[in-house]
Design a binder for this molecule. Structure first.
Ligand SMILES: Cc1ncc(COP(=O)(O)O)c(C=O)c1O
Length: 398
């Protein structure tokens, strides 16, 4: 049996995904395939490091050690071919908190910030929360694959655009941006002088033959004008430990960002987050390789079911992330109807695509980071509900 086949009961552990079902969806019997965490245990070396901390018993204030910085930098060099210097790393308790601070530190009220939609919902909030103006640069669909529309972007750039928040790899459309795409984006950043906050939280969850390129490693310009947001949280399923690292090669940008972190007293790491990050980045590589092989099979399985059984739906094949972006527009339902259908008839708790922007309407995001048995159960529920709907529609026509 594969390590990841083991089903771990998560109900009654206070986790959002399972225990939040009743409150958030009003459907305690739905199968939760929504929020982006995994139903798997963290890697054994991470758990051992946490046990050692707990067994020691004293959980006081913790400093970031050289071992921590070396583990982060070592991972970036080894997994992403990116030579990171230890002093470039600035801690923040999460990537979303960091994006809020970036918007505050590097833009003024009334400035414009670009996001590429449909996209992870907090990207909208981190701009709007601070009175900055959102500029939407919708991704373009080429068949079932999304691409950046850089001509549209260029047409929207003016001297009020100060920042672009890049999602790389992209949640929810699963793209791993190619070096060429990123180079073109970096050229626009140089020509028009905007900063890039590159959210690379999904960078480790990339499937061959795709490879992730850190945006700060694209050009001399991008190295000076990029804040790369990273975290071990998605990769090793330790999001609850609130540990993230912003990698900022340029000293001026870095100092400005660090001042913003200090202003809100957000620079303190937990002893568990510190220990887990060191263990994960030092020893988690083999576990991650096994995870990626398992997730790829989950994805292949779901794609096959959609292709064979669900002609009304179209799946966007993820090049990264464990999230499947499903085009359900063929069902001919409004956002509200689709929500109700999935929840009440398929008994599935998914993220409705409309959360990711108006260009996500008619889509859903399905989290496949669970045991194969759960993926099968989810796809069976979906297939049975769509079949019953098809039948009802046929019956009403005859
Ligand atoms: C693109 C992206 N950024 C950030 C986050 C969350 O980051 P954090 O929990 O570190 O704030 C997620 C979680 O799903 C995500 O998908």
């Amino acid at each position: 049996m594969d390590l990841f086949d083991r089903v771990i009961e998560r109900r009654n552990t206070d986790c959002e995904k399972w225990d939040g079902l009743e409150q958030l969806f009003g459907a305690p019997d739905a199968l939760p395939m929504w929020v982006a965490d995994m139903d798997f245990a963290a890697p054994e070396p991470v758990l051992e490091a946490l046990r050692a901390k707990i067994d020691h018993g004293v959980l006081g204030y913790t400093r970031r050690t050289d071992a921590y910085l070396e583990a982060v930098a070592g991972w970036m060099a080894e997994r992403h071919g990116w030579p990171v210097e230890k002093e470039w790393i600035v801690f923040c308790p999460g990537v979303v908190p960091a994006l809020n601070l970036i918007v505050q530190a590097f833009t003024e009220p009334g400035d414009k910030v670009v996001i590429q939609t449909p996209v992870y919902p907090p990207f909208y909030n981190v701009v709007k929360n601070h009175g900055r103006e959102l500029v939407l640069n919708p991704l373009r669909k080429n068949g079932d694959r999304y691409e950046m529309d850089l001509d549209d972007l260029e047409s929207k750039l003016d001297d009020k655009v100060k920042l672009l928040i890049l999602c790389s790899p992209h949640n929810p459309v699963g793209r791993v941006w190619t070096r060429e795409e990123l180079e073109r984006l970096a050229e626009l950043s140089e020509k028009h002088g905007f900063l890039v906050a590159s959210d690379e939280i999904h960078a480790d969850l990339v499937y061959a033959p795709h490879t992730h390129t850190p945006f700060a490693n694209i050009s001399e310009w991008s190295k000076r004008r990029t804040i790369v947001c990273t975290a071990p949280s998605k990769t090793f399923n330790i999001a609850g430990l609130n540990t993230a690292n912003m990698i900022i090669p340029d000293k001026e940008l870095r100092d400005r960002f660090a001042r913003e972190v200090a202003k809100y007293s957000l620079g303190s790491i937990t002893p568990t987050g510190h220990a887990a990050t060191i263990a994960a980045y030092r020893e988690g590589g083999p576990w991650l390789d096994a995870l990626l092989a398992y997730l790829q099979q989950n994805i292949d399985y779901a794609l096959e079911v959609v292709a064979k059984e669900l002609p009304e739906l179209r799946a966007v094949k993820p090049e990264a992330t464990y999230l499947l972006w499903l085009d359900c527009r063929g069902l001919g339902m409004s956002v509200k109807e689709l929500n109700a259908f999935l929840l009440k008839e398929a008994k599935l708790a998914l993220n409705n695509g409309a959360m990711f922007g108006t260009d996500g309407e008619g889509y859903v995001r399905m989290n496949l980071a669970c045991s194969r048995a759960t993926v099968k159960e989810g796809m069976n529920r979906l297939t049975a509900a769509v079949r019953a709907l098809r039948q009802r529609r046929e019956d009403s026509r005859s």
